[in-house]
Unconditional design. Sequence first.
Length: 331
Amino acid sequence: MFFSPDCSRTSSKHLSLFMPDIDNIRYTGRIDFTNPQKPKLSGAGAHFELKFRGSACYVFLKDQNLYNNFNYFAIVIDDKYQGRIKMSNNTKYKIAENLKDTLHNLRICKATEAQIGYVEFLGILCNNIMPCEKSYTRKIEFIGNSITCGMDLDISGIPCDSGEWFDQHNAYLAYGPLVARQLNADWLLSSVSGIGITRSWNKPGPTMPQVYEDTYLGTDSISLWDRRDYTTDLASICLGQNDFSKGDSSYDRPALDSARFVNEYIRFAGHIRDKYPYAQICCLTSPMLDEKESATMSNYLSAVITYMKEVKDEKMAAELLPFYKQVMNWQ
């Protein structure tokens, strides 16, 4: 059982405080480690995992409260999803009690996206922390927009069309983490609601190519994303819905420039290839496009994929040419 903010003064008095910079905590996602004792979970789905001993557990988390927004985080204990917690002005959260007094796996996942602000991890109270045994040989990065963020997915607390626009966010239940868990793969989300390749839903930008390298997926930060040892096996790109969108009439929005879209997509895919030289790159259409738009998008992506394959073949040929000349003594 988990609870929201904990105000008790006695129930945790026999537990020990463990700081975020100990080796037994495993981190994944867009996280700012400028201060290792106060890592900031930024992007949707950023999470940490650990193994704790005991029947109770508390975590200390601080919400940035960016523009008076509030974050949610999801709880997973022993691989069982426990639900979300809405953050408040408190920093101490009771995660579990009355568990069997044994070892338990814990995952804390930021359910909301970078636009809502970061969540600062300040420590964990429990009997003891053991090395996280779970390791993943497969890794996937999901790059996209609100669909990838898990927007409007969770109506367990607040119904659709109620509350704030991010109240139904739940990155843990988004399609990327869902499929990754079924593949026994680790997952990372690089996603922003409303974003596109050449323009966003309700404004010209910023676009994903403009924010991708920023830890906070914005343009006003000087924090470059530290991937640490996360080298993905598969980069899945699901962008284009907002490029095709007609917007919200807040600015003069011309028809989508097909040549610009394809060229910008090629440049971005090339950037991903530079970051992950050995990864597979998958380019997805959007499930929200109508039949005509989906067909057009498929044609655009075919052009991107064809170009990327040609560039790959050209690079291979350039590398093989001197080798063949040497082997055959051909000039």
